[in-house]
Design a protein around this ligand. Structure first.
Ligand code: AMP
Ligand code: GLY
Length: 422
């Protein structure tokens, strides 16, 4: 079969690498891809949000399955448009993608279906928003309703800070339209964890556990990022937690979406807080986590492609996915300055030697090819140095051995990925 992967980050490189290994697949494209993805798929120069062009390409090339990596094309309705043409699309409809596209929608769904989450209010005017904050007190969390590239959440330690956050979103429009409506919610205390499940409209199949590192600096300091590293399995997500999350959060969500006439198909990614009162939902994403996907894909023993198809076709009931026992860990290398402004075009050397460290794979994110064929950094997050090992500690050692062979003065990484598990 013929497959198109949409996206150009480390997540999509891991997906292309995995899908390219499936005996069911004889051709794979990636739009737009990157310099590393070009080794596993034919890259086509189409922007991820150019829905018309993607649909046209799929019709022209008789693509059988489209795997949509990022949230933006999902919220724009790419899966709907492909389905209208009879093309299978892995990823939810635009309506179902509102679970990530509108935090208020997600919170209201939780209320309707009794799903544990932080107490909240929805506001579009600053007066009532500030009055709500005054009553609830601090710490308190202020969130832009819509997609804000992972930056629309402000955890406020004081009432003054929370008032300022309201002003920045509702009055100064710091997040544009995404912040024209806001959610204000109770601050939850506990351990954060990510949870992934494939959902076929009715059934849900949990994936192996994975843990992200959101802050830019060692020991979880500095601003939030898209993710600076990940490992799998995540010891915090025990079998007991998995069962609780499935029963109290994932399955009621799947049933609720179906009852609302918005059946969910694709991977559902729950951001959780493991509190004293049990797991609570912080947010939903309607896609694989990046870089969590990278560690999950290297641990997957089963062929991913039949699972993707079963997800599209509503056939996940009794579906089984096998995982390798080995742990995996990925270290993200980012351009100096990330997550603020960073320079583009610095040259990366030593990738070949780094890739030779036992058990190591390097997934590319923001890379391109320079005039002389050299690999250059074009994005914020640029490389995902991924290693397997019998323990997370061994995977960590191998990953940093490979990192140390990469000669890239224009980039940096955290040196402590996996610390909580080790
Ligand atoms: P999000 O973009 O929704 O993942 O939020 C970013 C980060 O803000 C999360 O990973 C949490 O660390 C934090 N956060 C969001 N909501 C809450 C909450 N209700 N209580 C405590 N921390 C939160
Ligand atoms: N790694 C976090 C995310 O993909 O949103």
């Amino acid at each position: 079969m013929k497959v198109l992967v949409v996206g150009g980050g480390g997540r999509e490189h891991a997906l292309c690498w995995t899908i390219a290994g499936s005996p069911l697949v004889d051709k794979i494209w990636c739009a737009p891809g990157n310099a590393g993805i070009a080794q596993d798929a034919e890259c086509v120069d189409i922007n991820t949000n150019d829905i018309d062009k993607i649909v046209k390409f799929c019709i022209q090339k008789n693509v059988d399955l489209v795997v949509i990596g990022p949230e933006a094309p999902l919220v724009l309705g790419l899966a709907d448009r492909l389905n209208e043409q009879g093309i299978k699309a892995f990823g939810p409809s635009a309506e179902a993608a509102m679970l990530e596209g509108s935090k208020g929608y997600m919170k209201d769904l939780c209320t309707r279906h009794n799903i544990p989450t932080a107490a909240y209010g929805r506001f579009s005017e600053s007066g009532p928003a500030k009055a709500f904050i005054d009553v609830r007190g601090a710490p308190i969390v202020v969130k832009a309703d819509g997609l804000a590239a992972g930056k629309g959440v402000i955890v406020c330690q004081t009432i003054t800070e929370a008032h300022e956050a309201v002003d920045s979103m509702l009055t100064a429009a710091a997040f544009g339209n995404a912040g024209a409506e806001i959610v204000i919610e109770e601050f939850l205390e506990g351990v954060e964890a990510s949870f992934f499940a494939l959902v076929d409209g009715e059934n849900a199949l949990p994936l192996a556990s994975a843990q992200d590192h959101k802050r830019v600096g060692d020991k979880d300091t500095g601003p939030n990022t898209g993710g600076m590293g990940a490992y799998s399995p995540a010891p915090a997500v025990t079998d007991e937690i998995t069962n609780l999350v499935m029963d109290k959060i994932i399955l009621p969500t799947v049933a609720g979406m179906k009852a609302d006439g918005k059946p969910y198909h694709g991977v559902l990614y729950a951001g959780l807080m493991l509190t004293n009162q049990g797991p609570k939902l912080i947010e939903y994403n309607v896609r694989f986590g990046d870089p969590e996907c990278q560690v999950l894909m290297t641990r997957l023993m089963s062929d991913l492609v039949p699972a993707l198809i079963a997800t599209c076709d509503g056939e996940l009931k009794d579906f089984d996915l096998r995982w390798f026992d080995e742990a995996a860990l990925t270290v993200v290398m980012a351009s100096n300055g990330y997550p603020s402004a960073y320079e583009k075009g610095s040259v990366i050397n030593g990738l070949e030697g780094a890739g030779k460290v036992a058990g190591t794979l390097i997934f590319h994110a923001g890379t391109g090819t320079g005039n002389n064929g050299e690999i250059v950094a074009l994005g914020g997050r640029v490389l995902n140095v991924t290693a397997n090992g019998s323990t997370i500690a061994e995977a960590q050692k191998r990953a940093y051995k490979a990192v140390d062979r990469i000669d890239w003065p224009g980039g940096f990484c955290r040196r402590d990925i996996g610390w909580q598990a080790i």
